[in-house]
Design a binder for this molecule. Structure first.
Ligand SMILES: *Cc1c(COP(=O)(O)O)cnc(C)c1O
Length: 386
C-alpha cells in the first residue's frame, strides 16, 4: 500500500474523468480566442458563456455576476483590491476588515492594501476553535469601512465560519462582504443568496477541476477596479485571453460537485470521523484542531505536543501517506503555524500540526493503515527527542 495514500485533498484534488473529458475538445479542436470575431472565436465564446451560465445556476446568481480568473488567489486579490481601489477614488482612506485565519491570498493582500495603498485594516481575532465572532465584526465596522472578508471554511483546520450571520451585519451596515469559499465548494451548498455575500471566491482544483482557473462572484452593482488591466475581457473586470478549456472544466466540476454533494459529504464524514476517533484514542498529547462540530466534512486536523510537523510529514511520506502540516518548513527550520498561533496554541504545539483531508477515492483500508502508521511515527519522533 506504500506510496498510494493521498490524504491532502485540501491542497489539491485529481481532475475528475468527466471534467477532463469535457475539457479535451478545447485544447486543439475548439481553440479559438473567445475575443475574435470569426467562427473560431465564436465557438470558444459560446463555450465560455455556456460555462458561465452553468456556474451561475449552481451559485444562484446571474451569469454576468461571474468573473473567471486564473485561480483562487487571483480571485481573492481581485475582490480585496478591486473594492478597496474603487473606494480610493472616492474616500481616503477606506477601511477593510478581515480575520487572523484567512488564507495568505487574502491576508497578504489586505496587508499590502494597508502598507502600500494606505488603507486602514483591522484583523479580527478568532477563538480557540478558529471561529470568528460576528459581534466582533459588528464592533469593528467604522463609517469608512468598505469591505469585510471572512473565509467560508478554513483550509488548515476546517472550521466553518458563520457567513450568513456576518452577512446580516454587513448588509445592515452597508458594507460589502467577501468570502473565500475555496475549501467549502464541494462540501457545502454554494448559494450566494443563502450566504448573503457580495463577493465569493472559488478555485477549480480544490473541487476535482483543473489547476489554474478560478472564479469570483461579484454581486450586480458592486464596482471593482481591475487589478489586472488590459483588454476588456470579463466585462472589463479581468484582462487576459480566456482559458476556455479551464473554464469549461471548472463549470463541469462545479455542477458535478453539486450533483454528488450528499454522497461525497457522507463518505468524507465517515472517513474523517474514523481518522479522528482513531488518532484521539491511539495517541497521547494530541488534540483535534479546529471546531469539533462546525468543520468541513473532509478535514481531520490535529496538533501534537512536542512533535515537529515537518518531520511527521517526512516519515508519513516514507510510509506512503501524503499529508500536510500547518507549519511551513523553511530551510529545515520549523515555523509555527499562523492559524494555530491565532487560535492560541503555544509553541510546544504550534509546530506540531497535522492535516489529513480525505477525498472521493479515500478508502477505509487507507484510513486504517494510516491509523497503524501514525502512532508509531509520533512515538518514534517523541522518543528521539532529548
Ligand atoms: C487553495 C486555497 C486558495 C488558493 O487557491 P489557488 O487556486 O491555489 O490560488 C485560497 N483560499 C483557500 C482557502 C484555499 O484553500
Amino acid at each position: 500500500m506504500a506510496g498510494q495514500i493521498y490524504l491532502d485533498h485540501a491542497a489539491t484534488t485529481p481532475v475528475a474523468s468527466e471534467v477532463l473529458e469535457a475539457m479535451l475538445p478545447y485544447f486543439s479542436e475548439i481553440y479559438g480566442n473567445s475575443s475574435s470575431m470569426h467562427s473560431f472565436g465564436r465557438a470558444a465564446e459560446n463555450a465560455l458563456e455556456a460555462a458561465r451560465e452553468k456556474a451561475a445556476t449552481v451559485l444562484n446568481c446571474a451569469p454576468d455576476e461571474i468573473v473567471f480568473t486564473s485561480c483562487g488567489s487571483e480571485s481573492n486579490n481581485l475582490a480585496l483590491r478591486g473594492v478597496a481601489w474603487e473606494a480610493l477614488r472616492r474616500e481616503c482612506p477606506p477601511h477593510v476588515i478581515t480575520t487572523s485565519v484567512e488564507h495568505h491570498a487574502v491576508l497578504h493582500t489586505a496587508e499590502q492594501l494597508r502598507d502600500v495603498f494606505r488603507c486602514e485594516l483591522t484583523i479580527v481575532s478568532v477563538d480557540q476553535y478558529g471561529l470568528v465572532d460576528p459581534d466582533a465584526i459588528r464592533r469593528t465596522i467604522r463609517p469608512n469601512t468598505v469591505l469585510v472578508s471572512v473565509m467560508a471554511a478554513n483550509n488548515e483546520v476546517g472550521t466553518i465560519q458563520p457567513i450568513a450571520e456576518i452577512a446580516q451585519i454587513t448588509r445592515e451596515a452597508g458594507v460589502l462582504l467577501h468570502t473565500d469559499a475555496v475549501q467549502a465548494a464541494h462540501q457545502m451548498e454554494m448559494n450566494v443568496e443563502a450566504f448573503g455575500v457580495d463577493l465569493l471566491t472559488l478555485s477549480a482544483h480544490k473541487f476535482y477541476g483543473p489547476k489554474g482557473v478560478g472564479m469570483l462572484y461579484v454581486r450586480r452593482g458592486v464596482d471593482l477596479t481591475p487589478s489586472q488591466s488590459g483588454g476588456g475581457h470579463e466585462s472589463g473586470r479581468r484582462a487576459g485571453t480566456s482559458n476556455a478549456a479551464g473554464v469549461v472544466g471548472m463549470s463541469r466540476a462545479l455542477a458535478l460537485a453539486m450533483e454528488r454533494r450528499a454522497e461525497d459529504v457522507a463518505h468524507y464524514q465517515a472517513m474523517r470521523d474514523r481518522l479522528i476517533e482513531g488518532v484521539l484514542s491511539e495517541i497521547s498529547d494530541v488534540e483535534l484542531s479546529g471546531h469539533p462540530m462546525a468543520r468541513l466534512p473532509n478535514n481531520a486536523s490535529f496538533v501534537f505536543k512536542d512533535v515537529e510537523g515537518s518531520a511527521l510529514l517526512i516519515h508519513l511520506d516514507a510510509a506512503g501517506i501524503a499529508a500536510s502540516s500547518g507549519s511551513a518548513c523553511k530551510t529545515g527550520k520549523p515555523e509555527p503555524s499562523d492559524v494555530l498561533t491565532a487560535m492560541g496554541y503555544d509553541e510546544r504545539w504550534t509546530t506540531g500540526g497535522l492535516r489529513l483531508t480525505v477525498g472521493r477515492q479515500t478508502t477505509t483500508e487507507q484510513v486504517d493503515y494510516t491509523l497503524t502508521v501514525l502512532p508509531e511515527v509520533v512515538e518514534r519522533l517523541r522518543s528521539s527527542k532529548v
